[in-house]
Design a protein around this ligand. Sequence first.
Ligand code: PMP
Length: 352
Amino acid sequence: MAYELNKKLKSIEPYETLPVTSPVRLDANESCYNIADKIGDIIGKAVKDIEFNRYPDPTAKKVTEAFATFYGIKPENCTAGNGSDELIFLILSSFLEKGDTVVTLSPDFSMYAFYGFLNELKIRNLPKEDDLKIDVGKVAEYCNNNDVGAIIFSNPCNPTSLGVRRQDVIRLVKNVYCLVIVDEAYMDFWGESVIDLTDEYDNLVVLKTCSKNMGMAALRLGFAVAGDKITTALRAAKSPYNVNAVTQAAAAAVLNHKSLIMEYTAEMINSRKQLQNSICELSERYFTIEKVYDSVTNFVFVKTPKAQEISEKLLSRGVAVRYMGSYLRITAGTEEENSIFLREFREILSLL
Ligand code: PMP
């Protein structure tokens, strides 16, 4: 007899990624800088010292301390994960029970609803306002009136590139009964973080990743920052050796180079500003670009009814960007990558 997958597994589709072979990759919001070019020897030495026959430190102590020092917070508040992706799954699966309601906002990072679905949660996907901003008052009211277990959103948002100000996030956290998971994957490109407030609000979890501004996407490392009650539960619920020893050692070495990370972050912010300005200029000439959003991230979000066609044409010319319905999301790259993108983009627009 053939083995039957359950309905849940039959209905899911794998997360879509573009081929890694494109010469210009502006599709995954990664850092365009490889920090190993500067401190490869130091990272190499840290990796060489690993006891490869031993399991990794289950508490990821050294890298957690380096992360906490980087942000000026307490290591006791931080739990390391195999990418923040693992932590999203872990929090949704362990802090909520089957059938509980999780609120997501739309559009937002697609993995929230995906993991909610896998964990058999009720997903209430609230649409954002017409300008893709979030009305915090409305969201709080919805959570309080609908027996919601948790709300999760990215701030700043992937894909819209827009941010909710710190005082508005605080208003939300203060005014709802449920767990509030604020995914700050792109916050280092802006500066309205609430990472310092997790001791004050016991329903707040802040997620951070080392994959974006820190340029360590290859290592898979993220952190959940929360107060005592949540952190103790999270550490108990996680799998014991979730962060491998190579990641722990290499990331600790990188995190000790704060000024280098800050330098790269500043360069990516500059790159995004230039990219956004150039796309805005193009939008004055080519009306198929309907709107360029005011980004506070390392990518630019563009509304165009021709998003799919443009992204396919760009890909055939060696430039990968993401398209989502009638939007394009373009990661800021190096000066050279941006100029190749702009050259091809301009030509495609002129031929549409
Ligand atoms: N949150 C958001 C908003 C993201 O965009 C991403 C990566 N695309 C993640 C989380 C996952 O990050 P990580 O690499 O740490 O799993």
